[in-house]
Design a protein around this ligand. Structure first.
Ligand SMILES: C[S@@+](CC[C@H](N)C(=O)[O-])C[C@H]1O[C@@H](n2cnc3c(N)ncnc32)[C@H](O)[C@@H]1O
Length: 349
């Protein structure tokens, strides 16, 4: 996605001097692109093109869109490399658009829908967050985002589906940890249990506990049932700020701590520590921020956590300090296959 791609060719004599302007225009209008992708994902356009290119008029009729407006949307997205206009008015999937298919193993469709439906508007208040250090969502809405999800089952479902989408994209504990000797693994804040189910599928002697807020657990049951794992997976509803289920030998916190400020991270970690025996083990999976000013998705996720939850993504040293304060000793920080790292810790002393 280059500046030239979105803004068209520049006269040769201008090319050098205008390059910075093009790049900046591209960045300034980044939300046009993300919202256009959201519209396509929400309409299910990529699913309509799964069998091959189709005229936009046909696709518009199938998804309930205005044909002219959908043409303009897909033409703009084709300029970004998302979708291809293979003949005038006929569109097909590019490799990027393949990721908007619901049935793709690394589908980003649910994540795109969740960003557009639930998290785009709060980003309009990022300035407030930067001025005050406060969570923009909570200031504007008067409630925490997870409380909003509790009150709106459809939104909660959309969010959990998005978590599955992100999990299927990122590397997980399965890349770096061997569960062969693990008797019982507790997934703390498991959402629909996608990660837990993939662990139980691979390690057939291991049992699991899917722990999340009660309404999330109720929604997760169908997923665990579909995976045929209800016999080996206990579903427990509760609040990890109060306590977590006892008796696991491994506890997982997968993309949990970054939702919270330090004080509430310590509560969650201390509750995990209290629930596990001296032989227990904790696996914290997060996008760990490294040194240097290079691009890293975790730096944007960090800002997103500020806007949406008042949380933050952290460096390995920052996670280490939290874990130590909660009674853990860090054994290692292991990068997974993509984006995330696992911080493995055991009870100190
Ligand atoms: C960012 S999602 C991560 C989901 C999953 N672990 C993953 O890696 O995709 C955070 C999860 O924490 C859960 N959660 C939020 N507040 C909670 C609380 N007080 N007690 C238990 N779970 C909570 C949410 O319902 C959600 O499923």
């Amino acid at each position: 996605m280059t500046g030239a791609a979105k803004h068209g060719p520049v006269a040769v004599s201008d090319a050098g001097s205008r390059h910075d302007s093009l790049v900046m225009l591209d960045k300034l209008t980044g939300y046009w692109v993300s919202q256009a992708i959201y519209a396509a994902a929400r309409l299910g356009v990529a699913d309509q093109l799964a069998a091959g290119p189709r005229p936009v008029t046909e696709v518009a009729a199938a998804v309930g869109a205005n044909a002219d407006a959908l043409y303009r949307l897909l033409r703009a997205l084709a300029g970004e490399g998302v979708f291809h206009e293979v003949a005038p008015g006929v569109f097909g999937l590019s490799p990027f658009a393949e990721l908007l298919r619901r049935d793709h193993p690394r589908s980003l469709a649910a994540l795109s829908v969740m960003f557009g439906d639930l998290q785009y508007q709060p980003w309009g208040d990022v300035l407030h967050s930067v001025r005050t250090g406060e969570c923009a969502y909570e200031t504007r809405q008067g409630i925490e985002f997870f409380e909003f999800l509790r009150r709106d089952p459809q939104a909660a479902h959309t969010f959990s589906e998005a978590m599955t989408s992100f999990l299927n994209t990122c590397g997980t504990v399965l890349d770096v940890f061997d569960f062969t000797a693990v008797r019982r693994v507790v997934d703390v804040g498991a959402a629909h249990g996608t990660l837990l189910c993939s662990i139980l599928e691979r390690y057939t002697d291991t049992a699991g506990v899917l722990f999340d807020l009660p309404h999330v657990v109720a929604d997760a049951r169908a997923h665990v049932e579909r995976a045929g794992l209800l016999g080996r997976c206990e579903l427990v509803g509760g609040d990890f700020l109060d306590q977590v289920p006892a008796g696991g030998d491994v506890y997982m916190l997968s993309t949990i701590l970054h939702d919270w400020d330090d004080e509430r991270c310590l509560r969650i970690l201390r509750n995990c520590r209290a629930a596990m025996g001296q032989e227990g083990r904790l696996l914290v999976t997060e996008l760990v921020i490294g040194d240097g000013e290079g691009p890293f998705f975790g730096k944007w996720l960090d800002l997103h956590m500020l806007v949406m939850h008042g949380g933050r993504d952290r460096t390995a040293a920052e996670y280490g300090r939290l874990l130590e304060a909660a009674g853990f000793a860090v054994e290692r920080v292991a990068p997974t296959s993509f984006l995330r790292s696992v911080i493995e810790a055991v009870p100190a002393g």
